[in-house]
Design a protein around this ligand. Sequence first.
Ligand code: ATP
Ligand code: MG
Length: 196
Amino acid sequence: MGGTFDPIHHGHLVAASEVQATLDLDEVVFVPTGQPWQKEGRDVAPAEHRYLMTVIATASNPRFTVSRVDIDRPGPTYTLDTLRDLKTQRPDAELFFITGADALSQILSWKGVQDLWDLAHFIGVTRPGHELSDKGLPKDKVTLKEIPAMAISSTDCRDRVRDDKPVWYLVPDGVVQYINKYQLYLPGGGELQEEQ
Ligand code: ATP
Ligand code: MG
């Protein structure tokens, strides 16, 4: 499951958990993006913060792991590269890519979309406020799945922090504490100190 995870929230986690259970997947790999090409023009929290929040949020689930492939690759993140790297690391694995309804509807604009279908099977999940449809997508490469509706977005979580509203219960407790610790999403916050 790829995402900016800025921050990771319970919508992401429910989607991953539901798909893992339904398809009996061995592992769900969360892959935080490096530079998200669709989000150019907006400030994205440093990759290391997004990576660590994803680790904190997924640590207790034995089926969940986090990959650094996208944040360690220079340049903008394309799912084509993500899937190729994961396939190189796990040559025998059958890959599934989990995506919300909003992202699924954009997929035809993704780089190398024809090659994407050969690399993974796509699982599109419902998301409140977005229509889930496989219109124009190859039927044998895409499966649609209804999941419990979580009307949560990272954008709303960031806005809440900025407006001094709570994000408790929208994101895992450890992520609330991490956001506070580094003052993420506040003016001047989120600076990373260089390692000494
Ligand atoms: P932002 O508001 O910054 O775009 P987001 O909440 O959309 O953040 P992303 O990191 O952009 O989160 O999303 C990663 C993936 O998770 C995408 O495929 C997206 O569709 C899916 N997703 C995000 N939130 C939900 C949700 N509440 N329910 C189902 N899928 C979701
Ligand atoms: Mg999004």
